[in-house]
Design a protein. Structure first.
Length: 695
């Protein structure tokens, strides 16, 4: 039994027949409904063909999945015999089957046929001819480093440490492009000597990266080294070498871009090649590129990793570029020795790494549009100071790369990117398990800002099938707010005033730097100049939060607070929520994420949260469908939009395509779940959207 097994729990439903699977560390839940009450009994997880952490058996004649999810059906040999998506059905004869469910918690069902599986727009039904014993197994998607490497600051020792990252790969086959088959790289800490625990072994993939022994080269190549399980050696010219005799040279003046292209190219072609393996799905990206490539994917699948890489890297990148998913994250790294301690955590996201200039910049300037807002009559800001504080701060503005999210590792304060800290990642590893409700605390310390409280209080916790405990605290004293920060809280939404020396309370200020330990996991400090206080909350035990860099106007802060609340409540990670919300206010550039921006407060209704952009085209509507990767559904995941006549799968992350629907089809789709919808640069929410009022 692995450590992650204790995270899982199966609980009978109290209000109807069925059971709930709970991932107690990732705070994920999934329900399976049955016609009558069931009593789950433990079964051996080893009885499943695929790895599961915990398993139970129930007796029932039917299982109903409350939402439509992909169901992959395999026979007793492991061969896939059917897949069922929306508006689909299949009847299977007698036999032993394993059903894999694409749910927030990886779930398998082992059952004796015959059986029928049918999906409509809202749910999937698995029917048996009579009441039968059904085994249900689950696997947590939670990942943590298997061990810790100690390295000195010597670049050659650092190369040896980064070389171990490939030990986390669970396979050298193209299936490692699935996020569940890429484990978390070992943690790294700086020390006096190089120490690699004996249990950490890099796979022998036949691939070697030769790099100049410098920190920028090592950091930039680290994601590629991880994904290829590559050996690292010092070399005068950067290049990739395989045991097949293949060489791929990276130019020094374009080293970062060419390494990035190699990573994306190999990853993408793995995603295409893997359709010849365990999941023989109809993949949109394969259909798009295969006619333009002289590649035999069936033969490629059976080759060694070294042979596959040799073939992949001979394909011109330009032929693939438009079809590669938009990358979730680019991390800009100040190339100092201590930055290596954060590398394993961003590489777990398969982040692209770029090194950054360390020249600091002045505080971000106020745009003319924002200045007009500040100079309006009777404007209310969320600062109590009569003039700005003069604390000297160093800023940096990383280059925008086109990734969905940008992050920064370094001392300065980033503009337009998340500020990563090692404390946040370590705090997340120590996150406590819970079976309880999702706890959300709203603090309102200025009655003039009650509008935001009224808005967000109605947003948090409006999700079906998810238990919430939402509490509101008004005009807290210093002692009350200090006590609140020590409680176990999933999310804190603070509305009020902040200065760099504390959060404003009814009787003074609470300086979070005086709070030794917090129970708050994530937070939004929606007040002026909350960056330092938010960073202190991370140092005290928090995981991630959204803060401000300067003064903010109350009216704009209300808009930002409501938008962020809705996005977090819909399952968007912190970074993605802020990326979308920034476009909704001229204040957007004043907000950044500190800590682990990949954290989610609640789970999405589907595997990946999505954003729709809708345009009218004649009598039809064009829907641009954009997905956002999460820690539980990272790069390599596949999605299928539940539009009629759409039968292809798409690689998730970024805009997966444009779809045309008539009004009735679009209206029906918008009712399936509550998602953000952008029309004419304005953000709406699907279930409250009236098409005839907009077009």
């Amino acid at each position: 039994m692995t450590e992650g097994d204790s995270y899982l729990r199966f609980t009978p439903l109290a209000d109807r027949g069925g059971l709930e699977i709970i991932d107690r560390i990732e705070r994920r839940r999934y329900k399976l409904h049955t016609p009558a009450a069931v009593s789950p009994t433990p079964v051996d997880p080893e009885s499943f063909r695929f790895p599961v952490g915990q398993a139970v058996a129930v007796t029932t004649s039917e299982l109903v999945l409350p939402r439509v999810v992909g169901v992959y059906v395999r026979d007793d040999t492991g061969s896939m015999v059917a897949e069922v998506e929306h508006l689909d059905s299949v009847s299977l004869p007698a036999g032993t089957y394993t059903l894999e469910l694409s749910t927030q918690i990886k779930t398998y069902i082992r059952v004796e046929g015959p059986l029928e599986i049918a999906a409509d727009f809202s749910q999937t039904r698995i029917g048996l001819p009579e009441s039968s014993r059904v085994a249900i197994g689950a696997r947590s998607r939670h990942k943590r480093p298997a061990d810790t490497i100690t390295t000195t600051t010597d670049p050659r020792d650092m190369m040896a440490a980064v070389e171990t990252f490939g030990s986390a790969l669970k396979t050298a086959d193209p299936e490692r492009s699935y996020p569940t088959l890429r484990g978390h790289p070992p943690a790294v800490e700086l020390g006096e000597t190089l120490d690699i625990p004996s249990g950490i072994e890099r796979p022998d993939t036949g691939i070697r990266l030769e790099l100049p022994p410098t920190l920028p080269a090592i950091y930039v190549a680290a994601p590629l080294a991880f994904y290829l399980g590559a050996e690292l050696e010092p070399g005068t010219e950067p290049r990739l070498v395989t045991t097949t005799g293949f060489e791929h040279t990276f130019s020094r003046d374009r080293f970062e871009r060419e390494v990035e292209h190699a990573l994306k190219q190999v990853f993408f072609l793995d995603c295409v090649t893997r359709t010849e393996g365990y999941y023989e799905i109809d993949l949109h990206e394969r259909n798009a590129v295969e006619p333009h490539l002289d590649l035999d994917f069936e033969a490629l699948y059976d080759q060694t990793l070294a042979e596959q890489v040799e073939t992949y890297l001979q394909v011109p990148y330009e032929l693939l570029a438009d079809h590669i998913p938009q990358w979730r994250l680019t991390t800009h790294v100040e190339p100092t020795p201590d930055a290596i301690e954060q590398l394993p955590f961003v590489i777990d996201d398969l982040s692209v790494i770029r090194t950054a200039e360390t020249d600091s910049q002045p505080e971000p300037s106020i745009t003319p549009e924002l200045n007009r807002e500040f100079t309006r009559d009777e404007v209310i800001t969320r600062s109590t100071a009569t003039s700005p504080e003069t604390t000297e701060r160093s800023f940096v503005q990383p280059e925008s790369t086109g990734a969905l999210e940008e992050a920064w590792i370094g001392e300065s304060i980033p503009i337009g990117a998340s500020k990563l800290t090692i404390d946040a990642f370590e705090n997340r590893l120590e996150r406590e398990t819970t079976d309880g409700d999702i706890t959300i605390s709203i603090v309102v310390n200025d009655e003039r800002m009650n509008e935001e409280e009224d808005l967000v209080d109605g947003v948090y916790g409006d999700r079906d099938n998810l238990p919430f405990d939402v509490s509101v605290h008004r005009n807290t004293t210093v002692a009350e707010l200090r006590e609140l920060l020590t409680r176990r809280t999933g999310f804190l939404h603070y509305i009020g005033h902040t200065e760099q020396d504390g959060l404003e309370c009814a009787d003074g200020k609470l300086d979070v730097r005086t709070v030794e330990e917090t129970g708050v996991d994530a937070f939004l400090l929606n007040s002026c100049n909350s960056y330092e206080q938010g960073l202190s909350l991370i140092e005290a035990g928090g995981i991630g939060g959204i803060v401000t860099l300067n003064e903010v106007i109350n009216e704009g802060a209300v808009k930002m607070g409501e938008t962020i609340a809705r996005l977090l409540n819909s399952g968007f990670p912190l970074r993605a929520a802020l990326t979308i919300a920034r476009d909704e206010s001229v204040l957007g550039g004043q907000y950044i994420v500190v800590g682990d921006g990949g954290m989610t407060v609640t789970q999405a209704a589907t595997m990946t949260p999505n954003l729709l952009e809708i345009e009218k085209s004649g009598s039809k509507y064009e829907i641009h469908y954009k997905t956002f990767a999460t820690d539980n559904a990272g790069l390599g995941s596949v999605v299928i939009p539940y539009f009629e006549h759409v039968e292809e799968y798409f690689l998730s992350s970024g805009e997966i395509g444009t779809f045309r629907l008539d009004e009735s089809g679009l209206s029906r789709f918008l009712e399936l779940e509550q998602v953000p919808v952008r029309v004419n640069d304005n953000l709406f929410w699907s279930r409250s959207l009236r098409l005839k009022d907009l077009f």
